[in-house]
Design a protein around this ligand. Structure first.
Ligand code: ADP
Length: 600
């Protein structure tokens, strides 16, 4: 009930007023009572039992009619005594205190009080008895043998009680009014304190809920005003900090989300803390309930969480492994919190499949090149040594020189092809000119007719529909098509046919070279564009091939933003399709700069 500061303050006001009023009330009532008593005593002692009157009283007791005289004297002094309905006097016997007579005719006896007892022993009985019925004054009239009579003046406390009662009721009324004022004032005053506190509380609650409303600045300079403004500054700082932290978190999350590196974090217990999409993909993880040791012990036998947390805290350990069709590089390292305690382990997973493949293909490439050169070089060397020995006749000499010539040509072609590939690999600029493709195809068909006729093959070109002019590097594109048509002639037996088609489909120029030759086994088709890949190495070499023709063709077509594909069936024939986009905004615009590199 008294939970709010407001009610506590009102209660405090009430308690203060109550205690003040009660203290004042008690003080007043006590003092009034005391005043009444002392007034009564001093009145009696100074106005009644004066130095004149007491000897008269004593003298009266000595006379014969002592009692009568005493009564008369007192009756005559009743004005001075102040006899009224409250105050009376009585004459008591000086020996036993028994009632003899008094101003109150109705009274026939008096109660023996301490004051009467005092008077009986010869003392003036003027002690105050708060609990007694009367204020009293007992005066002994002394004879030779002690008190003869006792003049007993008594006054009821009715007047005092009435007066005190009135006073109390006035005080109570004042108290009520004061309490009312205290409640109202307390309420209003406490409101001026509690309203800003309530505002502060509301604001703090909002901040706790994550709403960083800054609010108005307080003009007040008191403690609460200062607190409000400090709170406002704190809210501002908090908002800025939270925003900064949130934006850093978002940044970090985005970086993690879009990172091509897989990132996995574990706590010191080995429980998963975080995993990004790349890591899920590389490690093929769907459920997020993996544990460090369980998971990595399947990949590496010598990796354990304890090593990173205790032994190799500041080291990074790199490991590589084939996993889930990827070649992955794992960087293991522990991370620490700001208080320098180890928080767990972070594993960075890099997909190095491509670079690994590249490295393997480079090695393979070097081995291939060495191999391709060594065979003709060995032949040439052997033939030259034989010729130098001079032990061969003229006919053999011609034959040897022919072979040397052929092998040298082959090596020249090989080196030339390698040079072309190297330039293409280094991103050589194409010499583009917008032109029609059909005349080129027609030209090639005518040029190679001779080759085809040698094998009694039919070589034809059909234009299915017209293709708009396209930007191409004439020399390079011509070389590509010559190479493919030559292959078709080479790998098609006598009497076969080689057909060229051109068409314009969906903004693309399509060139198809179809033969009905020996075809390529299915397993070789997917590797046919690789460098040095040949279906039948011996036969290809016999035919003077280098195994680089299709690889070069693919590089050149790709450089034109086009595509090349090959479909084949063994003993049925082969179809090569070149697709070139007609709109080539993606390529550099044709420029006048001549590319001096000649293909072949
Ligand atoms: P090569 O110099 O050996 O001809 P290519 O790269 O041009 O090298 O061709 C690679 C291999 O593809 C050839 O060795 C051959 O085995 C096969 N090939 C290419 N074209 C055809 C075709 N039209 N028919 C059958 N096999 C082909």
């Amino acid at each position: 009930m008294l939970k709010s500061i407001q009610s506590k303050l009102v209660l405090l006001f009430i308690l203060v007023i109550l205690s003040v009023m009660l203290t004042v009330g008690t003080f007043i009532v006590t003092n009034v009572t005391r005043f009444y008593y002392s007034d009564f005593m001093s009145q009696i002692s100074t106005a009644v039992f004066t130095e004149d009157f007491v000897p008269q009283l004593e003298e009266a007791t000595e006379s014969q009619r002592s009692f009568q005289k005493l009564s008369e004297l007192l009756e005559a002094a009743s004005g001075r005594i102040g006899v009224d309905s409250y105050r009376n006097y009585a004459i008591l016997d000086g020996k036993d205190g028994s009632f003899l007579t008094g101003s109150d005719e109705l009274l026939t006896q008096v109660e023996m009080t301490d004051n009467i007892l005092a008077a009986l022993s010869g003392q003036v009985g003027n002690a105050v008895d708060n609990n007694g019925q009367y204020m009293e004054y007992a005066y002994p009239i002394m004879g030779e043998n002690g008190p003869v009579y006792i003049v007993y003046i008594y006054e009821t406390k009715e007047e005092l009680n009435n007066f005190s009662g009135n006073m109390l009721s006035i005080i109570l009324q004042a108290l009520l009014v004061a309490l009312l004022i205290a409640v109202v004032l307390g309420y209003l005053l406490s409101k001026t304190i509690t309203t800003p506190i309530k505002n502060l509380t509301d604001r703090a609650e909002k901040i706790a809920e994550g709403e960083f409303e800054i609010g108005e600045e307080s003009p007040s300079k008191d403690e609460i005003g200062v607190l409000t403004n400090t709170f406002r500054t704190m809210g501002q700082r908090l908002r800025e900090t939270v925003q900064e932290v949130a934006s850093q978190n978002t940044k970090l999350e985005k970086i993690m989300e879009y990172s091509t590196d897989g990132i996995v974090a574990f706590d010191t217990e080995g429980e998963l803390l975080h995993i990004n999409p790349s890591a899920k993909k590389y490690l093929s993880i769907r459920e997020e309930n993996i544990r460090f040791d369980e998971f990595f012990s399947n990949i590496f036998s010598d990796v354990s969480l304890g090593d990173f947390l205790y032994l190799n805290q500041d080291k990074q350990i790199i490991k590589e492994s084939d996993y889930n069709n990827y070649y992955l590089k794992f960087h293991f390292g522990s991370f620490k919190y700001s208080d320098d305690t180890v928080g767990g382990v972070i594993v960075d997973v890099q997909n190095v499949t491509e670079s690994r493949k590249l490295e393997l293909s480079r090695r393979e490439f070097v081995a291939n090149v060495s191999h391709e050169l060594r065979t003709p070089l060995t032949t040439v060397k052997a033939y030259i040594e034989t010729l130098e020995s001079g032990e061969v006749d003229a006919m053999m000499q011609t034959k040897f020189l022919d072979t040397i010539h052929r092998e040298t040509d082959r090596m020249t072609r090989l080196v030339s092809d390698l040079l072309i590939l190297s330039r293409l690999d280094n991103g050589v600029k194409l010499n583009l000119t917008r032109m029609s493709i059909e005349p080129i195809l027609r030209d090639i068909t005518e040029k190679l007719q001779f080759e085809a006729r040698k094998k009694n093959q039919s070589l034809s070109y059909t234009m299915l529909n017209e293709i708009p002019a396209i930007p191409i590097d004439y020399d390079r594109m011509q070389q590509v098509i010559i190479n493919i048509v030559s292959n078709a002639i080479k790998y098609t037996p006598n009497n076969g046919s080689v057909k060229l088609y051109s068409s314009y489909v969906s903004d693309n120029a399509i060139i198809r070279i179809v033969d009905n030759g020996m075809g390529i086994p299915e397993k070789d088709v997917k590797r046919i564009f690789e460098r040095f890949y040949r279906v039948d190495k011996a036969r290809s070499r016999e035919q003077g091939g280098t195994g680089l023709g299709l690889a070069i063709a693919k590089e050149i077509v790709n450089a034109h933003a086009g595509d090349i594909s090959l479909e084949s069936r063994l003993n049925e024939g082969t179809e090569v399709v070149i697709t070139l986009p007609v709109e080539k905004s993606f390529l550099q615009e044709p420029d006048s700069e001549e590319d001096s590199t000649a293909l072949v």
